[in-house]
Write a protein that binds this ligand. Structure first.
Ligand code: MRU
Length: 363
């Protein structure tokens, strides 16, 4: 139960700090510092990848994950790469950087924020004379801070849709860990919680990588927002028993018609929501919108190693001889989405026309 609903007031400035304390990506002392999300919640340790190859590996191996976070990390990766390339060849650094951009772009295929951020950094490169390091660092920092600002705006937009006393189920991790800070869907939940509107927050554990159980639960409890975990297969029953009025989650890519590509299992949740009359809200910044694709059919869905399904916490749990199929994402047709929340506004029942109206200028 939300203490704010019970009139146990906390001073507002304390609330905002208390509910938003985590940053997974930092630029510290000329180095990129990443909170290693594979080790959470049992260990809080950091990695400092020093070049494009190491940054690409950190993205691929999910030291850092979540669509906006991947884009921001890659942008800082370009800073590290350009610094090296300029030291190697002050005249030829741009040509050498092409291989670094390729490495970073191929780290993970599904989240469009990665290519969006790299395109923006590449455009900035074209305008530089002399040492590129500080100009590119400014651009990466801008990408980072714009994401945080977008999340706060989406938080307010999304929270405005929630009625006092509603409860919500969220999925995967869409919070500070997955973004520049505050979060997309978790940003809406943070804002709604702070306003005292939310009754309960449920999180799906998100097999097989357990982003819900390990990361969302860690992030929310750290930020003093009570969370109740469910197994993924309890979601339909949670809805049938009228315990949630909303499913609120993020996206790795939203195509021009409003199809949503997100963590595997999102499509199940959307179908269950429609059946039970539970509202389905997708929260994603404009950097997640992909206007180059008419619909979600053509999006490459990452397949991850079978071991992630066959093993748990480093131990084999599946019967010997079994194999596994492990798609990391699925596609939810736009027709199942009740609300798409971006920093530029809220769209009810998204379609091609409505999305075109909020199309941002190219980066
Ligand atoms: O495989 P992951 O953990 O990178 O997947 C993350 C998701 O699917 C998130 O829902 C999405 O990136 C939105 S994060 C704001």
């Amino acid at each position: 139960m939300n203490p704010a609903n019970e009139d146990q007031a906390i001073a507002p400035d304390m609330v905002s700090d208390a509910h938003d304390s985590i940053r997974a990506i930092q630029w510290l002392d000329e180095r990129l510092c990443l909170l290693d999300q594979r080790r959470l919640p049992s260990e809080e340790c950091y990695q400092y990848p020093g070049d494009a190859v190491a940054v690409a590996a950190a993205i691929r191996d999910m030291v850092v994950r979540g669509a906006p976070a991947i884009g921001i990390t890659a942008a800082y990766g370009v800073v590290l790469a350009a610094r090296r390339r300029y030291a190697q060849s002050p005249d030829g650094w741009r040509g050498l950087l092409a291989e670094d951009l390729r490495q970073l772009a191929s780290a993970r295929p599904t989240a469009v924020n990665l290519s969006w951020a790299l395109r923006r950094m590449e455009r900035r490169c074209a305008t530089i004379t002399g040492d590129p390091a500080s100009v590119l660092l400014d651009e990466a920092r801008r990408i980072h801070s714009e994401d945080l600002a977008a999340n706060r705006r989406m938080g307010e937009h999304g929270a405005g849709l929630i009625r006092a006393g509603d409860s919500v189920l969220t999925y995967c991790n869409t919070g500070s860990l997955a973004t520049g800070g505050y979060g997309t869907a978790l940003g809406v939940i943070r804002s709604a919680w702070r306003a005292g509107a939310l009754n309960r927050v449920f999180a799906g554990e998100t097999r097989p990588w357990l982003q819900g159980a390990r990361l969302t639960a860690w992030e929310l409890t750290r930020d003093h927002i009570p969370v109740t975990l469910i197994t993924d297969n309890a979601a339909a029953y949670l809805m049938q028993t009228r315990q949630v009025q909303w499913v609120i989650l993020g996206a790795d890519r939203v195509t021009a018609n409003g199809d949503v590509i997100n963590k595997i299992g999102t499509y199940n949740l959307a179908i269950s929501c429609r059946h039970h009359g539970v509202r389905f809200m997708v929260v994603a910044p404009c950097s997640t919108l992909d206007f180059t694709l008419n619909d979600g059919q053509a999006v490459e869905i990452e397949e991850r190693p079978a071991d992630e399904v066959l093993n748990l916490a480093g131990r084999r749990i599946a019967a010997d001889g079994a194999t596994a199929w492990n798609p990391a994402f699925d596609m939810t047709p736009a027709g199942l989405v009740d609300y798409l929340v971006t920093e530029n506004g809220v769209i009810q029942a998204p379609d091609t026309q409505k999305l075109a109206a909020l199309k941002p200028p190219p980066p």
